[in-house]
Design a protein. Structure first.
Length: 405
């Protein structure tokens, strides 16, 4: 069942048990620099549901808290303190991406906290102008973030990013133009459906295919810019959703009617998160490849970079479409069909083989191909049985499986 994190006792117990057990392990291994991240994880896990009620399952809350903790750890020890043996951010672009993501979370959290504080402050005049107050605070924090970026890289961050996008062959600028050309008609022609209608899920996969068309070329050609673009988009999505939740009228009037056409029972809470999960699911494998593997230098790194797009963009969409249209045999205890899972396996494997061929990494051993097929089969089985948001969980699971290819 889809259990929402609503019980205070469960929240605090989970946070406490995880924090204490992990803290003991960290202390035993003398890795004290991990303790602040553990503290952030425990705080996030115990406060995320009260901040955004009825929006997370237990699994989703744990994963989001873990991601926040990792982001905090990387930013603090690689940007702020620059501890030598845990430094990951050795380039200006990596620092800008990390600071941007960390600040996007911070700005969103600050708006939610201020929104919660209005009834406590009981300042009637400010409550009437709360939308303007949130916008001003967001603008001030954005300026501070840009100054932080500039200080971290030793030059004006906006000028540096502009030069990065436009210098040499200006490939990033060409991709920006490509995104605009694709997005403009795609959003104008986006199909809609009524909440609860039988084909609503299939209609939502339209945006999965849109992600496929937009992101695969950039991942294959320029993964560094893809990481930057994902970071910018995630920050925009998070801050925009936070401002919508706190009822900034100018944004809410635009976003609410559009989102109402696609939300389902999974978005029954305060926040609408499935579109953010889709973007995050596509972005996490790219971040892993760029930050951990330092780029696409092998078949393994290419498959991992593509895993979010292939699994959520194509595989999940194929499973949904073929399962609805041709599915007859259902998995035990699930509404998903065997035909849909088979379609997902075939679609994902075909796209992977195509991309490997384009880049020139297709000369894999027979054992590697078998392990790749096994990874795709296992992720399709998870898609068939999970009741979590598959946009978020499938890419993480697939990244782990692709380590063996």
């Amino acid at each position: 069942c889809r259990f929402m994190v609503g019980n205070n006792g469960l929240k605090l117990n989970v946070a406490f048990i995880v924090a204490v057990s992990t803290g003991i392990c960290i202390y035993a291994r003398e890795e004290a620099e991990m303790l602040p991240a553990l503290f952030v994880f425990a705080i996030c896990l115990s406060t995320i549901q009260p901040a955004i009620p009825r929006s997370f399952t237990v699994g989703e809350a744990v994963v989001i808290a873990e991601l926040f903790a990792v982001l905090f750890h990387v930013t603090m020890f690689s940007v702020v303190f620059e501890v030598a043996h845990v430094r990951m951010l050795t380039s200006k672009l990596r620092k800008i991406i990390a600071i941007g993501l960390f600040s996007g979370v911070g700005i969103s959290a600050a708006n939610l906290l201020l929104f919660r504080a209005w009834p406590v402050l009981n300042i009637n005049r400010l409550q009437e102008l709360h939308g303007s107050c949130h916008c001003v605070m967001t603008a001030i924090m954005l300026v501070l973030v840009l100054e932080w970026m500039s200080y971290s890289i030793g030059e004006n961050s906006l000028i540096w990013v502009w030069n990065y996008v436009t210098e040499h062959t200006a490939t990033p600028l060409k991709f920006i133009v490509y995104y605009l050309i694709v997005l403009a008609p795609a959003l104008a022609l986006a199909p809609s459906s009524h909440k609860g209608s039988s084909h609503q899920i299939v209609v939502r996969k339209y945006f999965h295919l849109l992600a496929l068309v937009m992101f695969i070329p950039t991942i294959l050609v320029h993964i560094r810019f893809m990481a930057l673009a994902f970071a910018v988009a995630l920050c925009v999505f998070m801050v925009a959703e936070a401002l919508r939740i706190v009822e900034v009228k100018i944004l809410a009037d635009i976003m609410n009617p559009f989102m109402a056409r696609y939300v389902d029972e999974r978005d029954s809470g305060v926040a609408v998160l499935t579109h953010i999960y889709l973007l995050l699911g596509c972005a996490l494998p790219v971040f892993f490849t760029y930050f951990i593997q330092r780029g696409v230098f092998s078949a393994n790194s290419l498959l991992i970079a593509l895993s979010g797009v292939t699994v959520t963009g194509l595989g999940d969409a194929a499973a949904s479409y073929f399962g609805k249209r041709f599915g007859r045999y259902r998995w035990p205890g699930s509404a998903k069909t065997v035909e849909g899972s088979c379609a997902m396996i075939v679609a994902v494997l075909a796209l992977q083989a195509f991309c490997l061929r384009i880049v020139g990494f297709h000369h894999l051993s027979a054992a590697s191909w078998c392990r790749l097929v096994l990874a795709d089969v296992l992720v399709s089985l998870l898609e068939a049985c999970t009741d979590q948001i598959d946009n978020l969980f499938l890419p993480l699971y697939h990244i782990a499986l692709l380590q063996m290819v």
